[in-house]
Write a protein that binds this ligand. Structure first.
Ligand SMILES: Nc1nc2c(c(=O)[nH]1)N[C@H]1C(S)=C(S)[C@@H](COP(=O)(O)O)O[C@H]1N2
Ligand SMILES: [Mo]
Length: 233
């Protein structure tokens, strides 16, 4: 088994998690895989099941690291390598003489984050639509999520519906608490936050793990109950 990165502990559970403001936000069409790709550098294109089906499907076992210090080990993801998606489907459409710096990912729940294109092209970065042999569920990012194991969880955007390709990160405004943002968020280097020293960050966020996981779990149960009630009506 891989050793844990600095400052992380192994969690048996894999909770639905995120910033508390997203605990009661859910994807609108979790059953439809439809990734819109846009930006000044290319004409907007929509990638659906058919577009992805032309790419090799890969399976990957990797660990998932939340910046608040929990790690789940040995998750079995399946989906498409971002580098394949980029090289096969997107790069041919990008206008000549443009250099893409970042990819901004948006989730159906309103969440967003970005990663450097260079980091996105690493071989272990996936657009995953399955976890442990099952289609992704609402808890973990249906219909498709970003999986970037070398980067903290907050870069691993769930419920993907849009990707924007930008030539510079200068205009990007971070969302939510500025405390837990780092442009690269590399786990091995403990790039947790640009504004807080790691020891303060860990002291502040560790006690919030359990209550936050509980909040997300409660909202998920309520969401599932509502879906159930709607189908029964
Ligand atoms: N769409 C979306 N993606 C998201 C989040 C979110 O709230 N919404 N939270 C991020 C954070 S902070 C973490 S730790 C992981 C949690 O993934 P999980 O719910 O599968 O455990 O998702 C990340 N991606
Ligand atoms: Mo997180």
């Amino acid at each position: 088994m891989k050793p844990l990165p600095p400052g992380q502990f192994a969690s048996k559970q894999f909770p639905r998690f995120g910033w508390a403001t997203f605990a009661d936000r859910f994807p609108r069409t979790p059953q439809h895989l439809r990734l819109k790709v846009k930006g000044d550098v290319l004409d907007t294109i929509v990638l659906d099941e058919t577009a992805f089906a032309g790419l090799p499907r890969v399976m990957q076992v990797s660990d998932f690291h939340c910046v608040t210090t929990w790690t789940v080990q040995n998750l079995k993801w399946s989906g498409y390598r971002f580098c394949d998606v980029y090289r096969e489907l997107l790069a041919p459409l990008v206008k000549a003489d443009t250099t893409i710096k970042i990819g901004v990912f948006r989730g159906q729940d309103g969440y967003r984050n970005f990663m450097d294109l260079e980091d996105l092209l690493a071989g272990d970065v996936l657009l995953a639509d399955q976890l442990n042999g099952e289609p992704l569920d609402i808890a973990h990012g249906a219909p498709m999520r970003l999986v970037a194991p070398a980067h903290y969880g907050y870069k691993n955007v769930k419920h993907l519906h849009q990707l924007e390709l930008w030539t510079s990160a200068a205009q990007y405004k971070s969302q939510g608490p500025k405390l837990a943002q780092h442009p690269r968020a590399r786990v091995a280097l403990e790039e947790r936050s640009i504004s807080l020293p790691n020891w303060v960050f860990k002291l502040m966020f560790k006690p919030l793990i359990r209550p936050n996981a509980w909040l997300f779990a409660r909202n998920l149960r309520q969401y599932e109950q509502r879906q159930q009630d709607e189908t029964n009506d």
